[in-house]
Design a protein around this ligand. Structure first.
Ligand code: OOB
Length: 558
């Protein structure tokens, strides 16, 4: 029989920035490019271990054979409904086994999922759909789906899981897949899926991840997490985010035939019960959630002894929290510093615990190039803070169809400017000290917000802290510390401005870094994946009377 020909997906290349040929040659020579499609991870696992559990949610469980068959039927259904291979499709779905079937079905059909997050609304989805040229919506929010296809008529096909107003994602006989055009015979150097950028300003950007780079991301992440077929991975963050999707997440689990369990409720009472029921061994959380889980171990009666690895990333995990989580759960923390754009750093399972607590890990690949530069673009010495620039086999060379952004976000020789402020430790691990732009300019002094936050978190009454600059006639910006008081202490125990300043001064913080204003909130605004959203916080504080604040005596600035 003649070899099936690949589906025509070349239009995907328009606006996609590939690796340069020399770099690709090097990556290929190093063995990181395996020329197979992303969906092949599932087919391979289904061949090896058809009867092993593949995905579960509270309502159903599928073995590898069942998941592969379901994905093939779904792929045939999508193509039968008129979608053509290579077309981008918005995937907008809560954590569930159905999310996995749709995702893998789209990939098997050669369609290109745009991995939106459940918290995205029509404004973000319309922007993503227009930029990608999406032709369909697959998800579980009927009202948003309707609004999207009204706003972007090119999104002509809408499939909604469990809704009455739209057809459900379709299934068809998979025999139609093995015709002379194989939709899944893809170019591994073209986009397999689109991730969305996680910034808090402006609309999300599209991050095209290729079959080759995402397969490598999954494989190498699984290796570092020492994942095996015996592991049970819990998707507790939104499954479309790079962290639970591929670090190692769902795709990493597919590389070794592990079991992936989905929940869309990461609260400790629910998640702990799932960990116990399924014997979950690995999961990934943002620091704010990890902190809540850690506190909950004191009152939630659950046996969490199966959990061997708690990956924490997405935002800075404060040192005391890393120590506390290890103490509560038994040395399970792995710090993960990653970005949808590519570079992922992990602390290793063999690292001394002190290094796990104080660093955000080392790059996962020997082929990752990391530069740490000063504001003039010169490399700084080890131990000195600077901006992290990176280039490597699984890091994009440009956002998709975003030339203007690319001119700013990438250097001429293809390094991604992360905007993250880091320093390199003698071990080679990186310590993240903040965002380059998260700096308050107070009376001419540059103050890094996270420097103050780290000290505030050491206060026994403080559960969460965010420091922002607010406009001030005399100072330019004044330092405002927003605190969430620990549930273990009474709200009345919230420290006053004077107490906060005294506490920080005692810890050796320079006078010009002491907050001018302190206020408390019951919670802090968060992004779609659960990171503290400072832009939203600043907006909320803007014009706010900041009840209960005492203006600080302005300390003299030397
Ligand atoms: C992950 O990906 P994104 O794209 O949502 O956000 C990336 C940004 C980084 O540039 C950095 O600013 C921040 O999130 N970040 C961290 C961090 N991990 C991410 N900042 C401090 N400490 C960390 N451990 O957030 C992401 C993707 C894959 C794996 C893990 C996280």
């Amino acid at each position: 029989m003649a070899q099936p020909t690949p589906a025509p997906t070349a239009h995907l290349a328009t606006g996609f920035v590939p690796h340069d040929p020399d770099a690709l040659q090097r990556y290929r020579a190093a063995g990181v490019v395996d020329d197979a499609p992303l969906w092949g991870l599932l087919e391979d696992a289904a061949t090896r271990t058809p009867h092993a559990p593949a995905v579960s949610d509270p309502d159903r469980s599928l073995t590898y054979a069942e998941l592969a068959a379901a994905a093939r039927r779904r792929a045939a259904g999508f193509l039968g409904a008129g979608l053509t291979p290579g077309a981008p499709v918005i995937l907008h779905q809560n954590n569930s086994a159905a999310f996995a079937v749709n995702l893998l079905g789209l990939l098997r059909a050669g369609l290109v999922p745009v991995m939106s997050l459940p918290a995205h609304r029509v404004t973000e989805l319309a922007h993503l759909a227009e930029t990608a040229g999406a032709v369909a919506y697959v998800g579980d929010a009927p009202a948003i789906a309707s609004a999207l296809s009204d706003r972007v008529p090119a999104v002509a096909a809408v499939f909604v899981e469990g809704g009455d107003s739209h057809p459900a994602p379709p299934d068809a006989d998979p025999a139609s897949l093995s015709s002379d055009v194989d939709p899944g015979a893809v170019d591994p150097q073209l986009p397999a899926l689109f991730l969305v950028s996680g910034g808090t300003t402006g609309l999300p950007k599209l991050i095209a991840r290729t079959h080759a780079d995402y397969r490598y991301n999954a494989r190498r992440s699984a290796e570092i997490a020492e994942l095996t077929a015996r592991d049970v991975y819990l998707v507790a963050l939104p499954g479309a985010h790079n962290f639970p999707l591929c670090c190692p997440g769902l795709f990493g689990a597919l590389t070794v035939g592990a079991h992936t369990v989905f929940t869309d409720n990461p609260s400790p009472d629910n998640a702990f019960e799932i960990i116990e029921r399924h014997g979950v061994t690995v999961t990934a959380l943002v620091p704010a959630l990890a902190q809540v889980w850690c506190a909950a171990t004191e009152w939630e009666p659950a046996d969490l002894s199966s959990l061997r690895l708690l990956q924490v990333g997405g935002a800075k995990l404060a040192h005391p929290d890393a120590v506390a989580i290890d103490a509560a759960l038994g040395d399970v923390v792995q710090q993960v510093f990653g970005m949808a754009e590519g570079l992922i750093c992990y602390t290793r399972l063999t690292d001394p615990r002190a290094l796990v607590h104080e660093s955000q890990g080392a790059p996962m690949s020997e082929l990752d190039e990391v530069r740490i530069v000063d504001p003039d673009g010169h490399d700084v010495a080890d131990g000195v803070e600077g901006e992290l620039l990176t280039r490597g086999p699984y890091t994009i060379r440009g956002y998709y169809r975003a030339e203007e952004h690319n001119a700013r976000s990438f250097t001429a020789d293809g390094f991604y400017r992360s905007g993250d402020r880091v320093r390199r430790l003698s071990s080679g691990h990186l310590a993240v000290t903040g965002r380059i732009k998260d700096t308050i300019v107070r009376a001419g002094e540059n103050v890094a917000a996270d420097d103050i936050e780290e000290h505030l978190l050491a206060h026994p009454a403080v559960a969460q802290a965010a420091v922002v600059g607010l406009p001030d006639d005399a100072l330019g910006e004044r330092i405002c510390a927003v605190l969430v008081i620990s549930s273990a202490v009474a709200a009345s125990a919230a420290p006053s401005l004077g107490e906060v300043r005294g506490f920080l001064a005692e810890r050796g913080l320079a006078t010009f870094k002491l907050p001018d204003t302190v206020c408390t909130r019951s919670s802090l605004p968060v992004t779609a994946v659960g990171k503290i959203d400072k832009a939203a916080l600043r907006r909320a504080l803007d014009g706010d009377a900041l009840d209960g604040d005492q203006p600080a005596d302005l300390p003299s600035v030397q």
